[in-house]
Design a binder for this molecule. Structure first.
Ligand SMILES: CC1=C(CCC(=O)O)c2cc3nc(cc4[nH]c(cc5[nH]c(cc1n2)c(C)c5CCC(=O)O)c(CCC(=O)O)c4C)C(CCC(=O)O)=C3C
Ligand SMILES: [Fe+2]
Length: 380
């Protein structure tokens, strides 16, 4: 156990552990309904939509790939840390399914850890991808306090959307996906960068209060995705020698009531429009997700691929980052960077593009809860 006041030789002080915090998903048919209830409690998702989403999970035997992918990431992080002399235990907890966040925090406390760095498996700003994770941390910490357990401090690592360890594997993946297309359509193939649709209102308020994109259509959520899309498109242009390949940011997995505006266009509508516009092929690049979980396996690989087949439009899908060694190295760098910052040392904060590295600590007014304000951890 490390002493929080004494810089550890590994450079992780003041941190005692890293918590990998993810969404969670069902692992058996009988998990599906309770999982969906956990996710949608108090969120006004239409019953019809829930039935539909349940079907997606049942199509895959009631098993979401997300937990297995997190187990792989966990193993890869432990290996990376060990290989680089970073003596920091890595734990894993989920917001919506076992291993539940609250159980992992109990375990961290029981193991004697007190100050925890948190990596959320969500790269961008926004209520769903940031504050909601921090609200769930606050809820779980409150349970521990009620149980009279030792107090933990949790520090969420900054958004990593523009970190080279996140972007570079996606550049390779896009080039690889292009190569999967028939040669004749490759040079004219267009790129569709996809991410989770969210309500327009949630997008607009996403980001820090002083973020220049905040309050503009799409807010920081869209601005950050556009930045990643631009970075990938530019690198792919260089790698393939096709300078003017059209690309667009599009959305998927919409779940709200039809009368509430969510970010558009939807990937399937986009494929139709591209087909009508004479596009010879489309590569779908799921920049909004860190692994090939259900949103990728169903909404892209099943639904969008079926739409493309109906249109006779060749498509390929780029892999997500998953446990790529460049990503695990980025996580290590983010931990070390934040640890040094917390010790008052100056650090280099790696980021590609023009937006710069994201803030370490979210403001109380960051990415507000669209329903009602609730306590959230890791903010000031
Ligand atoms: C921005 C964003 C991310 C990316 C950031 C991140 O990764 O966190 C994300 C990830 C994920 N979303 C997931 C699953 C679901 N999301 C839902 C519903 C919603 N998502 C939203 C947003 C996001 N979601 C929103 C605004 C809603 C509406 C309800 C609400 O306001 O909360 C629903 C309800 C049913 C439905 O889809 O309608 C489910 C089942 C899974 C697990 C997949 C698996 O099992 O493999 C993952 C990784
Ligand atoms: Fe979601």
């Amino acid at each position: 156990m490390s002493d929080a006041r004494k810089p550890s030789p590994s450079g992780a002080a003041p941190y005692d552990a890293l918590l990998l915090l993810s969404f969670g998903g069902p692992e058996a048919p009988e998990d599906v309904v309770p999982f969906l209830e956990n996710v949608t409690r108090g969120r006004g998702i239409p019953k019809e939509r829930l039935k539909e989403v349940g079907k997606h999970y049942f199509m895959f035997g009631g098993v979401s790939p997300i937990n297995e992918q997190n187990r792989e990431l966990l193993a890869a992080l432990r290996k990376d840390f060990a290989e680089h002399g970073l003596d920091l235990p890595v734990y894993w907890g989920n917001r919506n399914w076992a291993p539940y966040l609250v159980d992992t925090l109990r375990e961290l406390a029981a193991d004697g850890h007190r100050r925890i760095a948190v990596l959320a498996t969500s790269a961008y700003a926004g209520y769903s991808g940031c504050r909601q994770y921090r609200e769930n941390l606050a809820d779980a910490l409150a349970v521990l306090a009620e149980e009279g357990r030792p107090a933990l401090t949790v520090d969420k690592l900054r958004h990593f959307y523009n970190h080279p360890g996140f972007v570079e594997p996606m550049i390779d993946a896009t080039v690889t996906a292009l190569a999967e297309l028939p040669e004749a359509v490759r040079p004219g193939a267009r790129l569709a960068f996809t991410t989770h649709s969210i309500p327009d209102a949630m997008a607009e308020t996403s980001g820090a209060p002083d973020d220049p994109a905040r309050g503009t259509p799409g807010g920081a959520y869209v601005a950050q995705h556009l930045e990643v899309a631009r970075l990938i498109a530019a690198a792919v242009a260089e790698r393939t020698g096709v300078a003017d390949r059209p690309w667009e940011l599009v959305f998927q997995s919409r779940s709200g009531a039809p009368h509430i505006p969510w970010l558009e266009p939807d990937i399937c509508d986009h494929l139709e429009a591209q087909h009508a516009d004479g596009a010879p092929a489309v590569v779908m690049v799921p920049i909004g997700f860190v692994s090939d979980h259900m949103e990728v396996k169903y909404d892209l690989d099943t639904e969008a691929v079926a739409k493309a087949a109906e249109l006779n439009l060749p498509v390929a899908r780029a892999a997500t980052v998953g446990a790529d060694p460049r990503f695990t190295a980025a996580v290590r760098e983010l931990v070390l960077e934040r640890a040094a910052t917390e010790r008052g040392e100056s650090v280099t904060r790696c980021a590609l593009g023009a937006l710069g590295p994201s803030h370490d600590v979210c403001a109380v007014a960051c990415c507000p809860n669209p329903r009602a304000p609730r306590p959230a951890a890791a903010e000031r």
